[in-house]
Ligand binder design. Sequence first.
Ligand SMILES: C[S@@+](CC[C@H](N)C(=O)[O-])C[C@H]1O[C@@H](n2cnc3c(N)ncnc32)[C@H](O)[C@@H]1O
Length: 234
Amino acid sequence: MRARLAAVGAGPGDPELITVRGLRLLREAETVFFPATREGASFAQQIISGYLDPERQQLVELLCPPYREQALLKRRWLELAAVVRETLANRKSGVFVCEGDPSLYSTFYYLREGLEQAAPEILIDIVPGVNAVSASAAVAGLPLAIWDERLLIAPAPADPDTLRRYFSDAETLALLKVGANFDPVLKAIKQVGARSIMVRRAGRPEQQVLVDADAMRDAGIDYFTTLLVKKGEG
Ligand SMILES: C[S@@+](CC[C@H](N)C(=O)[O-])C[C@H]1O[C@@H](n2cnc3c(N)ncnc32)[C@H](O)[C@@H]1O
């Protein structure tokens, strides 16, 4: 029997936002893999922990530091692909849980590339999830696009020229991975005269939705923050 691995999107934070199919596969899995940047700190695991059965299921954390170089990430995920291969040699069905959706800036595609090299025999299934952009729009009560509008999703740029260029292609920007750029990003948004809404930890009890730039600045940086920015409404 060939081993199977399903990449399941866990959604952005609220455990109720997983799909029915994703939940079924998660409950049926003999092994559940989680990505984590350090030990015991998997956000994906935190989201779906209530659905797990540690008595019956083997839980495996796949540790990859937040490398800034893509080559290091690829090398580490090739090593982790070997871990997945060895684990699934005994237990044949596994789920890899992704935060949000597996297709959007997810480590899953590094793992898949590693598995293509290290374990091409494993059958892979991808189950989409609610991504942070859709979840942020829902809690902010904001349409991402209506009629013939365009939406651009990108890591948050810290310079106004890039923002202007993005706005020549789209009416709405969804900016992710704000991180340490937070202040310059807010400044750039102000400079181009756009209107922004900040959604932090959508779907979690600590969720925040802020429209005021000062309040955003006071709230500070959090990796799990999305900025929805609308053209020319600043
Ligand atoms: C590496 S990307 C992963 C995106 C994820 N795969 C998805 O589909 O949403 C991480 C970025 O997604 C955004 N994000 C993830 N979870 C979020 C949440 N609960 N609320 C707001 N933004 C979130 C943040 O911008 C964060 O820096």
